[in-house]
Design a protein around this ligand. Structure first.
Ligand code: FE
Length: 218
């Protein structure tokens, strides 16, 4: 089976959030699907290991923020690569309360509020069937797709600058790999034009946006 075919499926970028006993939790998802407009039902899927999954099973109500191309990358890093179990992601985030739920509103297009109707077990993930009870339009921005997120992050990487590549071409005598301890991204010197040690100090992980010091040599 050619697994690359799955890469042709398109996705958006969202933050699902809920709260229980003063604790606000939320995470990035890319799997939101509108099932029917007649009854305003959507589904989302969440990894069973995800702390937000655990809390959502208890609260059975959530908000889903629809991210835009303008949503800051550090918002995606915080909600996508860290766990609500370890830290309060909302502490330094731009959010508001609606229907008793925390909603990230940092350059988002809009958001939904909904109640969980059903939960379907799908091995590693659960599908939450959600009845949307409220929609709010926030800003007239272009929704972020998962592909845009990936492409845009790579586009911003300083090492892609043509002049920097030229300066470093002669510097590839030995190679090795470095791994991002936050998201698992591998920087392989053999596949890049610039060795990891030669990357500028302000270089960021192209996947999650953390700095160079979060990488370890393999
Ligand atoms: Fe990373």
């Amino acid at each position: 089976m050619d697994l690359n075919v799955f890469k042709d499926i398109t996705y958006g970028m969202y933050i699902v959030s809920t709260t229980k006993d003063q604790e606000k939790v939320g995470c990035i998802i890319n799997t939101l699907t509108q099932i029917t407009s007649k009854d305003s039902i959507v589904t989302i899927s969440l990894n069973k290991d995800n702390y937000t999954n655990k809390i959502l099973k208890e609260t059975k109500k959530c908000a889903v923020a629809i991210l835009s191309k303008e949503t800051p990358r550090d918002v995606i890093t915080k909600f996508g690569f860290f766990s609500s179990k370890d830290e309060d992601k909302f502490k330094d985030s731009i959010y508001q309360e609606d229907s008793g739920l925390p909603v990230v509103i940092d350059k988002i297009c809009s958001y939904l509020i909904g109640d969980v109707l059903d939960i379907i077990d799908c091995n590693s993930h659960d599908i939450f069937v959600i009845k949307v009870i409220k929609t709010v339009k926030k800003e007239d921005l272009v929704p972020m797709t998962y592909k845009y997120y990936q492409d845009e992050l790579k586009g911003k990487a300083p090492f892609k600058a043509p002049t920097y590549i030229e300066e470093s071409k002669a510097n590839t005598s030995s190679s090795c790999k470095y791994k991002c301890t936050v998201c698992g991204y591998i920087y392989d010197d053999a596949k890049e034009k610039v060795k990891f040690v030669d990357l500028p100090d302000d270089w960021k992980c192209p996947r999650c946006g953390v700095s160079k010091d979060k990488f370890v040599r393999l």
